[in-house]
Structure formats: structure tokens, C-alpha cells
Design a protein around this ligand. Structure first.
Ligand code: ZN
Length: 261
């Protein structure tokens, strides 16, 4: 990191750090953060402070985004990059927050060249090099349900990380000590198992939306990794291990620490 960049970060943290008491008030009930150590929480507060200076959180329709909502969004958006660094969130600026799930209309041409009109109701969306779009009602619901494997903020940030090496395809830029063939083998095996479960109309072991394509699989398993790590490790231990190597975090350890406290 250059001298000027370090100086800018120091300046932001000196002038714009989220006040500690306010941070505690906004984050003490967020299930995702409860297992973090004091050092990790302090680092997350720094990242969230940078996030709130560098990113533009914009409310649409009749939603009013309060400071506590901004801290809730920033803290969860920064959790995946806690050990990766803030630079992984570069290349985009805006977070657009809808009051509720939002309607998206698209025209899609299939492999046979036929045009289809699609209308979807989404809780979140992420444009490559563009904004992250979130539904506030879904963010709140994720907090209420706790550890269920659902977190729309983590999901969209995972897409952003996935797209850092070009386009989101389920394989973000891996660290030098990680093996691309191993990553591909573990995630592909789990993805194919999930597709089989969905096709056979079994109860799928994780959210069946993960079977949509490899990019959605990575985003969904990232949600589980942070919000329901034991369940992910139970069904797909190889995927858990790869995500542990990629995110450089071990949420299962966090959960056991939380239970001990
Ligand atoms: Zn997605």
C-alpha cells in the first residue's frame, strides 16, 4: 500500500471513525458478529468506518436510511473482507437500498436465439462495476432469523469478490497458496450434489437457489459460511475448508467461542 493511501486511511479513521459506543449499540445484536474476538471487532469497526466514507448508501422510494442502518449495512458488508483488506471492495461506490423486495424486468435471449421477457422479485442484486442493490426488509429479516444461512448483504458482497478477476463465475481470485484445481473440484462436486438433490425433489441441504449457476453457488455458500457455518461444514466440508482458506476466517471457531462466553 502506498504512503498516500496509508495516510488517507489514517486521516479517515482519525476524523470519521464510527464512535465506539455508537458502534456497540448498532452491532451488539447482529448475530453474524457475535463470535468475533475483540480485536476482530475493532478491525471491523475500522473497515466499516472506511466503508461509510468511501461508499454512497442511497435510499430509494420512501425509505429513510438512518445512521444506525448505515452502520448495520457497513458492518456486514465488511465482514467477508475482514482478513482480505478493504481494497477488495474497490471498483464500485453505490449501495442502493429499497424498502422491500424490488421488481426487475429483463429481456433475455436464450441459447436458441429466442427472446424471453422475465420479471423477478429480488431481495438483492449486484451489477459488475456498478451498484449493490439491497432490500432493507430482507436485511432486517436476516437478523431476525439469525443463523439460517441467509444474508443478502454477504450474498451480494460475495458476488463483488467473485467478479474481481473479470466476471463472477464462482471462482474469485484465490490466494497464492490455494489450489485452483482443488477449489474447482470441491465446489463442483458440492454444486452437482445440490443439483441432483433439487432435480430429485429431495429436500436440498442448503438453499436450492445455489443450484442456479456456479456464481450463485459461491454467493449462497458464502452466506452459509458466515451465518450458518456448522451446517455448511456438515454437508459440504470440502467447500467449508476452501472458503476458510479464501476468506481467511473460521466462523465455526467463532461460534464455539460465542457459546463459551
Ligand atoms: Zn446472487
Amino acid at each position: 500500500m502506498s504512503f498516500f493511501k496509508r495516510a488517507r486511511i489514517r486521516y479517515i479513521l482519525h476524523r470519521h471513525a464510527i464512535p465506539h459506543a455508537y458502534w456497540l449499540n448498532c452491532t451488539e445484536n447482529l448475530p453474524l458478529l457475535q463470535g468475533l474476538t475483540a480485536v476482530e471487532k475493532a478491525h471491523l469497526r475500522e473497515l466499516a468506518s472506511l466503508f461509510l466514507v468511501e461508499k454512497n448508501i442511497v435510499a430509494v422510494q420512501d425509505l429513510l436510511v438512518t445512521d444506525s442502518m448505515r452502520v448495520m449495512i457497513a458492518s456486514q458488508a465488511c465482514l467477508p473482507v475482514l482478513a482480505l483488506g478493504f481494497d477488495c471492495l474497490s471498483g464500485w461506490t453505490d449501495i442502493i437500498v429499497y424498502p422491500d423486495a424490488f421488481r426487475v424486468n429483463r429481456d433475455i435471449v436464450d441459447s436458441a436465439g429466442v427472446l424471453h421477457h422475465q420479471e423477478n422479485i429480488l431481495s438483492g442484486e449486484c451489477w459488475s462495476s456498478g451498484p449493490v442493490i439491497l432490500s432493507w426488509a430482507d436485511i432486517v429479516q436476516d437478523q431476525k432469523t439469525g443463523h439460517t444461512g441467509r444474508n443478502v448483504i454477504i450474498h451480494e458482497i460475495a458476488h463483488k469478490l467473485d467478479g474481481l478477476n473479470g466476471h463472477a463465475n464462482g471462482c474469485p481470485p484465490l490466494h497464492y497458496h490455494m489450489s485452483v484445481p482443488q477449489w474447482t473440484a470441491e465446489l463442483t462436486a458440492a454444486y452437482e450434489t445440490l443439483i441432483q438433490q433439487v432435480q430429485e425433489h429431495n429436500n436440498s441441504c442448503i438453499n436450492p437457489y445455489a443450484a442456479t449457476n456456479p456464481a450463485e453457488f459461491f454467493a449462497v455458500v458464502s452466506e452459509y459460511f458466515f451465518s450458518s457455518p456448522a451446517l455448511l461444514e456438515q454437508h459440504f466440508p470440502g467447500v467449508y475448508r476452501q472458503l476458510q482458506l479464501y476468506y481467511r476466517q473460521d466462523p465455526i471457531r467463532c461460534c464455539s467461542l460465542k457459546e463459551r462466553n
